[in-house]
Design a protein around this ligand. Structure first.
Ligand SMILES: [Ca+2]
Ligand SMILES: [Ca+2]
Length: 447
């Protein structure tokens, strides 16, 4: 009791001292601010101009503003969600509470959590201080990841030009001629908009482990909600994307098991957290190859962590390199070391006009005017690096059936060496289209 009352008396004196000190500091601060605001320059008072707000697409990732409105910042982030990796033994819920946010998702294998501002108006959190939390070692705003076709002007669904065989990609890569193996026993995960599992070409080849990371159900079918969710003027613009991609794998490797993982909506829009979750799910459910016909210019550390997790399990990841006809900015996850980044070429082995290129590209494959499956038992022709990647994924399924003991690293090296040089067809892109154009019989000789 005595100590408590002594403390009370002491605190009265302390408060008086603090009050005086605060008053002095405030007065000093006020005068300092008046002095600085009225700094003189040649006798003319200079009023400091406020620092202009950076354009949203110029906000660096490590200092990005985290706001509750959930809008997608033009450069491609969900502004009300961040991904963190907590250190061992740290509780994500405790860390989230510290920053006034909620845990929206948790990937225990990677200790990655998706945190979000939910129903908290007028809150802005800077990422920089969060990154200094001793329990956190990765923090990033949840970046938008899209089917490359969803962001470019090329038509996802096109007509096959006259004179082009609908089979050209399958014969050019030697897939049609590689008849001694069909990919039996190899599971290829298709992380995309889903798959029409009832399509006659695909039914019976679908893994029972199909998964939807957006709803956390086993329903990974393609859906179309009739709404232009991303406001690009095209309603359900990427409905059918995953089915088309899956059909290419199925035609190259008809015996392979397809593991559909829905991580993109019907506009082809997803995010880094969904892709991260999808990669981990695929690696945990028997996939030997993961096809990612999606990309972002944001180098997500969360996705990189998942790529490394999959690599440790012997899983090979193939990704589209993007449709922006550029080498800068690079597109991820294609540019993550170890991922096979695929550029697109046409029937004449010339780079597709839209295809990205650059020193980080691993290999090229046909991606112009590719015929494949579409929802409702249909077929369609599409162009994009999304169509090139599954040729390589299918080729890997054939190789892994032929040589099941091959390590992921050796399989990757084998498929990258099994190419036809396309340097003479592409004199302006020497060394920028990977090792060459996929040539499956070079990796899987059927004699
Ligand atoms: Ca749209
Ligand atoms: Ca839609």
């Amino acid at each position: 009791m005595t100590r408590r009352s002594g403390l009370r008396m002491g605190s009265r004196r302390t408060w008086r001292a603090i009050t005086c000190l605060v008053a002095l500091v405030m007065a000093a601060g006020f005068f300092a601010s008046v002095l600085s605001a009225r700094a003189f320059d040649g006798g003319v008072p200079v009023v400091p101009t406020p620092t202009p707000e950076p354009a949203a697409d110029q906000i660096p990732r490590d200092t990005a503003i985290f706001t509750p409105d959930g809008k997608i910042i033009p450069d491609g982030f969900r502004s009300n969600q961040m991904i963190i990796r907590v250190k061992k033994d740290a509780d994500p819920a405790v860390v989230a509470a510290r920053w006034g946010v909620q845990v929206l998702g948790w990937i225990p294998e990677l200790r990655l959590a998706l945190l979000g501002l939910v129903d908290v108006p007028d809150t802005t959190i800077m990422l920089d201080p969060v990154s200094k939390d001793p329990d956190i070692d990765i923090v990033e705003v949840n970046a938008i990841t899209k089917a490359p076709e969803a962001r470019s002007a090329i038509n996802f669904s096109t007509q096959l030009p006259s004179g082009i065989s609908p089979d050209y990609g399958y014969s050019l890569t030697g897939a049609a001629q590689t008849t001694c193996v069909d990919g039996t026993g190899v599971t290829v995960a298709i992380v995309d908009t889903g798959i029409d599992t009832t399509h006659p070409d695909l039914a019976g080849r679908i893994s029972p482990d199909a998964y939807n990371v957006l709803t956390h159900t086993n329903d990974a079918s393609e859906t179309a909600n009739g709404v232009d969710d991303n406001g690009d003027g095209i309603v359900d613009g990427m409905y059918g994307h995953g089915t088309h991609v899956a059909g290419i794998v199925a035609r190259v490797a008809p015996g392979a098991t397809l593991l559909p993982i829905k991580a993109l909506d019907d506009e082809g829009v997803g995010d880094a957290y969904a892709v991260t979750e999808a990669i981990v799910y695929a690696a945990d459910h028997g996939a030997k190859v993961i096809n990612l016909s999606l990309s972002s210019s944001s180098d997500s550390k969360a996705i990189e962590t998942a790529v490394n997790y999959a690599a440790e399990k012997g899983v090979i990841i193939v990704a589209a390199t993007g449709n922006d006809d550029t080498s800068n900015p690079k597109q991820y996850p294609a540019a993550i070391p170890g991922v096979i980044g695929v550029a697109a070429t046409g029937p004449d082995d010339v780079k597709s006009p839209f295809s990205n290129y650059g020193s980080d590209i691993s290999i090229s494959a046909p991606g112009t005017d590719i015929e494949s499956t579409m929802p409702g038992g249909a077929y369609g022709v599409s162009s994009g690096t999304s169509m090139a990647a599954p040729f390589v994924a299918g080729g890997l399924a054939l190789l892994l059936q032929a040589q099941p003991s091959l390590s992921a690293e050796a399989a990757r090296a084998t498929i990258l060496q099994a190419v036809v040089s396309i340097d003479s067809e592409n004199p302006d892109y020497s060394g920028e289209l990977g090792s060459g154009r996929l040539e499956i019989p070079g990796a899987v000789p059927c004699q």
